[in-house]
Design a protein around this ligand. Sequence first.
Ligand code: FSO
Ligand code: SF4
Length: 544
Amino acid sequence: MDQKMFCYQCQEAAGCTGCTNAGVCGKKPDVAAAQDLLVHVTRGLAAVTTALRAQGEEIAPEIDRLITLNLFTTITNANFDKEAIDARTQETLSVKAKLLDRLNTTDGLPKAALWNGEGDWEAYARTVGVLSTENEDVRSLRELITYGLKGLSAYSKHANALLKQDAAIDAFLQKALAATIDDSLTGDDLVALALECGKYGVDGMALLDAANTGAYGNPEITSVNIGVGQNPGILISGHDLRDLEMLLEQTQGTGVDVYTHSEMLPAHYYPFFKKYPNFVGNYGNAWWKQKEEFESFNGPILVTTNCLVPPRDSYKDRLWTTGCTGYPGCKHIPGEVGETKDFSAIIEQAKTCAAPTEIETGTIVGGFAHAQVLAVADQVVEAVKSGAITKFVVMAGCDGRAKSRDYYTEFAKALPESAVILTAGCAKYKYNKLNLGDIGGIPRVLDAGQCNDCYSLAVIALKLKEVFGLEDINDLPIVYNVAWYEQKAVIVLLALLYLGVKNIHLGPTLPAFLSPNVAKVLVENFGIAGIGTVEDDLRLFFGA
Ligand code: FSO
Ligand code: SF4
């Protein structure tokens, strides 16, 4: 076997089967191996913590956070820095070694729990990657669970940054992660576990929602400026609202403005951030256009989470990483949960830069998370009863560079005028600047926020079910045409399945990690389907 790596965790997996020479995302084989090894040792640590819990012992919250940050680090487009990834592997091995001493017996532990870092790491990594599970259905289920847990880890990490942590979620996450290397489990056990991930996905998103709204208030209808001002600026990308808060605090009175990029856009919807006079607007679009947009922004860019694209040399010295992200040669701002990060070097650099080049002007409207939608629930219910709104179309999820994603723009344009789009995540950039109008004052694109705010969409659906007195969430006039890209979308999908949502259409392609048999289980039990042409899908969702 002469392939250099194997990864099929995201929608852009080469040939819809897997990246084997280098990642379409830019991940090179040595980084892929380092990530495989980090996942392996993290699975091993999870097996040890799970065994310790079974022994009645408590696990320190720092260890829970080490595990979630490890998984987050291996998510698509988060970290390309082999040294940083290897350092996490080393730390994980040290933590695990201490915990092993506390176990009454190590009998029955998997090899991942017992490997102590000896030997050549890269050679060892090649024996523990995705393909080390030979049966393709078991591999598919193990990876489906692992990717769901990576997504759950991302959301846990954001809650942790706001000093919220849930021991039950962490204990489940580790139990499920350990199960992905447990050879005694059957396919049925793994299917059940994948669905249980969905339950914890709902809990994890609820935890983050409470953390975000507790710290920053409930998102409200907001017009966000997409033009630019005269001052030099810092562009903040990714999902970490706590990082944004610290950056805004530290830029007050410096003459440096702050702009959001991609998934940070929804920060503008929170009342808390409106008090900062230098919080100017949103610059650019979804993650995959960053090469052009980071170039024309002219000032420093702070990437707090994925999606990071390997930078051009022309702006590499203006690109800063923090949290789970990393790129070799780019400066990284450290800071643990509860610590204040020092962004002064970024602010100093910004002062030497030109103001951003304007690439568009105008505003976009968002802020339709659960509290805001429920505040206008009467209006929404009336519009449904009168027939002014015939259907809600959930088009949440992710954007990506594949040409096939133009489908979502065309689909949004072709929707009947009585249809309202419910969205969250960076998928919105495919249609949030189309000016699709409103229905009696209700915008036809209701943006709840970041991908984790799909939680809001679920809360809204459950509320409508109650108001309309329906037995089944699937009887609502809501259809699901969801775009996915990376592993946070996997936990969102599992959460929707747990809530009983059926007939979700997933595109632009189905995950490469679903084996034909596993895909069949999802199709038969949940009606999961792909996408077709815009015309066919409109007919399917709306009739003739
Ligand atoms: Fe997008 Fe990237 Fe939020 Fe993802 S920026 S693709 S699902 O990281 O997390 O929606
Ligand atoms: Fe390929 Fe996606 Fe894996 Fe990157 S994350 S190597 S694009 S499958």
